[in-house]
Design a protein around this ligand. Structure first.
Ligand SMILES: [Fe+2]
Ligand SMILES: [Fe+2]
Length: 248
C-alpha cells in the first residue's frame, strides 16, 4: 500500500490544445500513454494516487468527460485537487462532482482525505508570478505592484481554505499531515510564505506541489528539506510522467 502524487496532466481528449510547449516539447509527446503505462507498472488497487491539479484543458465539464474517464480508469484510488486551469471545477461545484464520480474519483476541496494515520489536506494555493521587470542581464529590477496586491488577496483566500482543511482533519483527531498545493508554496521572490508557515504550524511532514512545468520553472520554489518539512515538485513533465511515491 503506497501513496503517490503527480500534477499537470493537462489532458485534452475533447478540448483544443493551445499550450505551445505541449505541442512542441518531446516530453509531452503521447504523455497520456507514457503516464498510463507508468501507473499500470507502479500502482495497484491498494494504492492511492493524488493528482494535484491542471487535469484538463477543457473549458467546462462536457469538454472534460473523457479526460476524467481516463483518470478514472487508472489503477488505485484517485484523489484530485484543483489547478488554475481546471475550468470544469468551480469550488461550489465540488459536492456535485463528488456525487457524480463517487466512488471512483474524490475531489478534495475544503475537506480532507485519509491515508493510514495521515490526513491529506490541501487547496489550489496561489502565488505571484509577475510580470517582473528585468535588467539587461536578466536580473529582477521590479515587478507589477498592482498584480502583486491582487495576488496577495488570492493567497489570503487560499490560506483560509487550507486552514479549513487542516482544522477539519485536526478536529477528527488526525495529527499527521501531508499538504497538497497546485501552485508552488513560494514565489521566486520569497524564501517562505503563508503556505510554508501553515505547513510548519500544523507540522505537515511533506508539502507536495506542481504547476511549475517547463525546465525553466522547475526550481522556482523549494525542493527537499526546508525548516523540518519535505517539499516536492510533482509536475508531470518534471517527474517524466512517473508518479512520485510519497508514503509507503
Ligand atoms: Fe499546469
Ligand atoms: Fe497550473
Amino acid at each position: 500500500m503506497s501513496l503517490y502524487a503527480i500534477g499537470d496532466l493537462h489532458l485534452h481528449y475533447q478540448s483544443v490544445l493551445k499550450a505551445p510547449s505541449q505541442l512542441r516539447d518531446r516530453i509531452w509527446k503521447k504523455h497520456e500513454e507514457k503516464f498510463r503505462k507508468n501507473c499500470e507498472k507502479l500502482i495497484t488497487d491498494e494504492d492511492t494516487l493524488v493528482l494535484v491539479g491542471d487535469h484538463s484543458w477543457g473549458r467546462d465539464l462536457s469538454e472534460c468527460e473523457q479526460d476524467l474517464k481516463y483518470i478514472r480508469d487508472l489503477p488505485g484510488r484517485k484523489i484530485l485537487t484543483r489547478g488554475n486551469h481546471d475550468m470544469f471545477w468551480d469550488v461550489k461545484k465540488t459536492q456535485y462532482l463528488n456525487e457524480l464520480y463517487n466512488p471512483e474519483l474524490t475531489f478534495l476541496q475544503d475537506s480532507y482525505e485519509t491515508y493510514r494515520d495521515y490526513a491529506l489536506v490541501g487547496t489550489k494555493g496561489f502565488t505571484f508570478e509577475g510580470p517582473f521587470y528585468l535588467d539587461s542581464r536578466g536580473r529582477i529590477m521590479g515587478w507589477d505592484e498592482e498584480e502583486e496586491a491582487h495576488a496577495e488577496k488570492l493567497v489570503k483566500r487560499e490560506l483560509v481554505r487550507l486552514r479549513k482543511s487542516f482544522e477539519l482533519a485536526k478536529a477528527a483527531g488526525y495529527r499527521k499531515y501531508i499538504m497538497f498545493l497546485h501552485y508552488p508554496p513560494t514565489n521566486i521572490l520569497e524564501k517562505r510564505s503563508g503556505f510554508t508557515d501553515m505547513a510548519e504550524e500544523y507540522g505537515a511532514e511533506q508539502v507536495i506541489y506542481a504547476h511549475c512545468h517547463g525546465e525553466s520553472r522547475f526550481y522556482d520554489s523549494i525542493h527537499g528539506e526546508y525548516r523540518g518539512r519535505n517539499y516536492h515538485l510533482t509536475s508531470g513533465d518534471y517527474l517524466r510522467w512517473k508518479p512520485l511515491k510519497i508514503l509507503e
